[in-house]
Design a protein around this ligand. Structure first.
Ligand SMILES: NC(=O)C1=CN([C@@H]2O[C@H](COP(=O)(O)OP(=O)(O)OC[C@H]3O[C@@H](n4cnc5c(N)ncnc54)[C@H](O)[C@@H]3O)[C@@H](O)[C@H]2O)C=CC1
Ligand SMILES: O=C(O)[C@H]1O[C@H](OP(=O)(O)OP(=O)(O)OC[C@H]2O[C@@H](n3ccc(=O)[nH]c3=O)[C@H](O)[C@@H]2O)[C@H](O)[C@@H](O)[C@@H]1O
Length: 431
């Protein structure tokens, strides 16, 4: 079997690497010629630790090819993975136009049996739609099967997560598809769930929405912790020791961002609404998340007064460390609000870049954290890059105009920072 991956973004490029590592012949197809050109040279078009080296290794060995030629690629491969984006539309529903295009391309160019597997996160019921889009585009009634195989990797940890997944979920009604997928993943020794397509699709949304719920719960609790003079990190540690709760995703902060949690929670709420089910908990999860950045900004306003003309050093732009992804990043929300209040923003992120939009043109983009700190009236830490924890904050203090530190990721030790003379506030750690 040889495998075609349609869409070479985070998920497509990682999936291509995983199958190449497992010994299969793989081709990545994208409509973006620039991305394909870089990938052909073994270079990635996004930041993901460890992935570029593995892609380059397989490009050199010839096991991994990249192309923009849909016709040949679809004709020459037996197994086709759809890994294109499914962004949110303004009304909160998933935009399936890239999925539809990929399905129609497959239907149009297929020349024999194909197994079509969807790795993109798609609303419940999309497998049925993909089947009908393929059928409608077919020139001849070739046989094909569809399967859902959702992806659970995290950005920044994509290699580790994809090579050693906690589970493989396969949703299909076809015995032939199940057999082929079991063969493809034969070297993986994790639990398997083989189920119907709708269940597989819902497992993906339910998982992301549950993780988002944990985060919003801790963020709400953090506000109570501030009032009660209790440290939310210690509460999280105590809770996390209960194996029924688990220690992960209990980190209070500026809220969740990224290309997935915000859009997937919203899509699940919309799916439920179409079936006249009101997912009230998830409405609140989104609500808490939307305003979480403002909670920290309020603390800054209380300390500094009006933010107009204040120098604010923003540390971190990416939605989380070890990625250059800024989709739905809480830092962007913070910067937008600071600019609207006419603060002077000095920004540093080790890899992420501001969008090229006139709205951000007054932001001073700095080459180092120290440069961003120059004459700052306050530091607002938005992304917990390791380098920020390692910075010598004692030496950095004289760079600032006023040593005010607002820690949106509870990254620093409050007592240490205060011991150095900083006015320090985190989220749920202020006492
Ligand atoms: N980014 C992540 O960490 C994860 C993403 N997902 C899901 O995987 C899907 C893909 O996400 P990303 O990789 O982040 O998206 P992305 O936006 O980084 O990449 C999508 C790629 O598909 C290409 N594309 C679009 N239409 C195409 C077509 N008709 N033919 C060929 N290429 C086409 C685009 O040019 C782009 O390179 C989404 O549904 C997302 O929700 C799931 C788990 C993790
Ligand atoms: O469907 C997806 O795309 C992926 O979405 C998330 O992965 P990702 O968005 O890459 O990053 P996470 O590590 O989950 O972080 C998401 C956001 O939550 C925030 N977060 C995370 C954990 C926590 O305790 N607190 C917290 O605020 C992070 O700062 C970040 O902004 C899921 O963790 C993956 O399993 C899933 O495959």
């Amino acid at each position: 079997m040889n495998i075609l991956i349609i869409g070479t973004g985070y998920v497509g490029a990682t999936t291509a690497m995983v199958f190449a590592e497992s010994g299969w012949q793989v081709t990545g197809l994208d409509i973006d010629a620039g991305k394909i050109e870089r990938l052909r040279q073994g270079r990635l078009h996004f930041h993901e630790p460890g992935l570029e080296e593995l892609i380059a290794k397989h490009v050199r060995s010839g096991r991994l090819l990249f192309t923009t030629d849909k016709k040949t690629a679809i004709a020459e491969h037996d197994v086709i993975y759809i890994c294109v984006g499914t962004p949110s539309r303004p009304d909160g529903n998933a935009d399936l136009r890239y999925i539809q295009q990929a399905a129609e391309d497959i239907g149009f160019f297929m020349n024999g049996y194909k197994l079509v597997v969807t790795k993109s996160t798609v609303p419940v019921g999309t497998q049925e739609q993909i089947k009908s889009w393929i059928e409608a585009a077919q020139q001849q009634p070739y046989r094909f099967d569809v399967a859902s195989n959702p992806e659970f990797l995290r950005e920044g940890k994509a290699v580790e997560d994809a090579l050693r997944p906690d589970r493989i979920v396969i949703g299909t009604d076809s015995a032939r598809a199940t057999e082929q997928l079991q063969l493809l993943y034969k070297s993986f020794h994790c639990p398997w769930i083989i189920t119907k397509p709708r269940t597989a699709e819902l497992i993906k949304y339910a998982s992301n929405a549950f993780l988002a719920t944990k985060i919003s719960y801790m963020n709400e609790l953090a506000r109570l912790c501030d009032e009660l003079e209790v440290n939310v990190n210690e509460v999280a540690d105590g809770m996390g020791l209960d194996p029924r709760i688990g220690p992960s995703f209990l980190q209070a902060g500026l809220g969740y961002g990224g290309s997935c949690f915000p859009k997937d929670v919203s899509e699940l709420v919309m799916t439920a609404r179409k079936h006249e089910v009101h997912l009230r908990i998830l409405d609140q999860v989104m609500d808490v998340n939307r305003m979480q950045f403002a909670y920290l900004l309020d603390k800054a306003r209380t300390r500094l007064g009006e933010l107009k003309d204040k120098n604010i050093a923003v540390l971190g732009l990416a939605f989380k460390p070890d990625t250059d992804d800024i989709r739905e990043a809480p830092a962007l929300r913070m910067i937008r609000e600071l600019l609207l209040e006419q603060a002077r923003v000095r920004l540093f992120d080790p890899v992420a870049k501001l969008p090229a939009h006139p709205f951000y043109e007054t932001v001073a983009v700095c080459a180092s954290a120290e440069e961003a700190l120059l004459n700052a009236d306050a530091v607002i830490l938005c992304t917990e890059w390791t380098a920020f924890g390692q910075l010598n904050w004692e030496n950095a203090k004289p760079l600032l105009g006023q040593p005010n530190f607002f820690d949106g990721r509870n990254m620093m030790d409050a007592q240490r920072m205060r011991g150095m003379g900083y006015y320090y506030q985190g989220i749920g750690t202020d006492h």
